[in-house]
Design a protein around this ligand. Structure first.
Ligand SMILES: NC(=O)c1ccc[n+]([C@@H]2O[C@H](COP(=O)([O-])OP(=O)(O)OC[C@H]3O[C@@H](n4cnc5c(N)ncnc54)[C@H](OP(=O)(O)O)[C@@H]3O)[C@@H](O)[C@H]2O)c1
Length: 266
């Protein structure tokens, strides 16, 4: 798939993976919509991209407020009159034990990572059906294939994305709309710093796994190669991504190893 002139909408474009993907995609001469909550950060990203003003739209959105999806799409359609690729990347992580996580926090993470993501795709898909072509991309996680302490709700949201989009892919096949799930391993971004604690406050502290993770620009180069391909799914990361086939092949050994590696309950 040639990305030149394609209209591509990236959510979570103000930082980390989404920011790096936006830079890599701009080099492919596509047209971009960059979205997230913080407009000043989106403007910073926009300033680093050498696309003409008519070819890039800064569109602030809050995925938690996904009842506004159709308004956001109207703004995009008024500007570009088509949407070729939607990249559902925006999301938040968690840093708290399940028993110490408020149900409001659980709902907030589920609302952003799952309901917001799905609402946007369901609002964009009819436009792609009319166009008779399109691609919906979802950034899940290897944590959408297994769980870790402190990440129960986050993991649940990323598992849920697999369930929804594996079904949606089959439903959209006859409309010539492709669904691609990309699951990163540990990528060196602010995701741990921005993660939400059980009481709703921000973690504001990085994790060693993220610091040692793949650089976001390396991730973005690999991502663009996958986006151009006809693949339905891809894991991108360092050796941590092999935990997924290991769990599938040797589930009991996998769980026993996880018990040993997990820190004591606090
Ligand atoms: N880094 C990793 O190791 C890793 C691994 C697996 C999966 N992922 C996934 O990759 C995606 C990007 O994460 P990242 O690592 O790049 O972390 P990040 O640097 O914290 O970026 C998260 C992005 O999501 C946006 N966002 C957060 N809440 C939002 C909301 N309510 N509405 C709209 N946008 C929102 C943020 O922008 P604003 O704050 O401006 O809204 C930001 O642009 C996430 O879905 C994450 O779960 C990351």
């Amino acid at each position: 798939m040639n990305l030149s002139d394609k209209v591509i909408w990236v959510t979570g474009a103000s930082s980390g993976i989404g920011e790096a993907m936006s830079y890599a995609l701009a080099k492919e001469d596509c047209k971009l919509i960059i979205s997230s909550r913080r407009v000043e950060e989106l403007n910073r990203v926009r300033a680093n991209i050498k696309l003409a003003d008519k070819d890039i739209l800064v569109l602030p959105i809050d995925l938690e407020q996904h009842q506004h999806s159709r308004d956001w799409i109207k703004t995009v359609m008024d500007h570009f009159n088509r949407i070729d690729i939607l990249i559902n990347n925006g999301g938040v992580s968690q840093n708290s034990y399940a028993l110490k996580t408020n149900s409001e926090v659980e709902r907030k993470i589920m609302n952003i990572n799952y309901f917001g993501n799905v609402a946007l795709s369901k609002a964009v898909a009819p436009i792609m059906q009319q166009q008779k072509t399109g691609k919906i991309v979802v950034i899940s996680s290897i944590i959408g294939r297994f769980g870790l302490p402190h990440l129960s709700t986050y993991s649940a949201t990323k598992h849920a994305l697999y369930g929804f989009y594996d079904s949606f892919r089959l439903e959209l096949k006859d409309d010539n709309i492709k669904v691609l799930i990309v699951s990163p391993g540990f990528i060196n971004t602010n995701v741990a710093i921005n993660s939400i604690k059980g009481d709703g406050s921000l973690m504001n502290k990085n994790s060693e796994a993220m610091e040692k993770g793949m650089q976001s620009d390396v991730f973005a180069q690999k991502f663009v190669r996958v986006l151009k391909s006809d693949k339905n799914h891809k894991f991108i990361g360092k050796k941590e991504i092999y935990a997924v086939p290991f769990k599938t092949l040797f589930p009991n050994t996998f769980y026993n190893l996880m018990f040993k590696m997990s820190k004591k309950k606090k």
